[in-house]
Design a protein around this ligand. Structure first.
Ligand SMILES: C[S@@+](CC[C@H](N)C(=O)[O-])C[C@H]1O[C@@H](n2cnc3c(N)ncnc32)[C@H](O)[C@@H]1O
Length: 231
């Protein structure tokens, strides 16, 4: 666990090296106050810290300030079965959905993770060494390319901020995802908005339908999951 207070403490100490701070509190009084406050600090987990730092560097691409919660992870992975074939996860971040996919019993070597943030890929490689990790920009996915045209996946789980990606990128990503699925399988996309983030023209031109399968109201922020499949 990382304590966010440790990051600000050196700044506070500098201003108090004279023994009395601007508010007229002595060092002894400050120490007593400090130990009381330490007990009330809410610590950040490693995942929350890495996620927040990545969001500071790339806010649009990271798309959220903190990783998804357990309820959303359980919802978006609810159709996965242990022996149903490979699973592709797009934008795994620190692995909130990845852990839930593996908890469903899927063997780790049946999982393909696609992520392009270096902070996240380093963590994912360490945590899920048997999964295939593709360090690439998803907007370069093409439906006629390997491995997408040859995967027979049981599901694509997407944590991508698709809404901010634009039409062409959505077309490339959703087209390649559909190509990678076996018959009857689906792509699962979460969103903080009240509609599916995939543009209706793309759904229509690819012959797809989007159904909301549920919401995680206590996620931060609340989110819904859509199942995208052939009509
Ligand atoms: C909203 S976060 C979701 C992270 C994780 N699935 C979760 O729910 O906590 C979006 C993720 O998509 C990744 N991402 C965004 N744009 C991407 C791109 N063009 N190619 C690959 N990954 C991308 C980000 O790095 C980040 O990991």
């Amino acid at each position: 666990m990382v304590n966010i207070r440790s990051a600000v403490t050196p700044l506070v100490s500098q201003s108090q090296s004279s023994g009395q701070n601007d508010a007229g509190v002595t060092s002894t009084q400050h120490n007593a106050l400090d130990s009381q406050q330490k007990d009330s600090v809410v610590p950040l987990s490693v995942d929350q810290t890495v996620f927040f730092k990545t969001w500071l560097k790339r806010p649009m691409r990271t798309g959220a300030v903190v990783p998804s919660g357990n309820a959303l992870a359980r919802l978006i992975t609810s159709d996965i079965v242990p022996n149903g074939g490979p699973v592709i996860e797009l934008g795994p971040g620190t692995g909130a959905f990845t852990r839930s996919i593996l908890a469903k019993g899927l063997p780790e070597d049946k999982l393909t993770l696609v992520e392009n943030s270096p902070d996240f890929t380093a963590l994912l490689r360490q945590r899920f060494p048997k999964a295939q990790l593709l360090e690439m920009d998803v907007t370069r996915m093409r439906m006629w390319d390997e491995p997408w045209n040859n995967m027979q996946a049981q599901a694509v789980i997407s944590g991508l901020p698709l809404l901010t990606m634009g039409l062409r990128a959505q077309w490339n990503v959703v087209g390649a995802c559909m190509q990678s699925l076996r018959a009857g399988a689906a792509m699962y996309q979460f969103t903080y908005m009240t509609r599916c983030p995939i543009e209706p023209t793309i759904l229509s031109r690819l012959g797809l339908k989007a159904e909301r399968i549920g919401s995680a109201m206590f996620n931060l922020p609340p989110a819904s999951v859509y199942r995208i499949s052939k009509r």
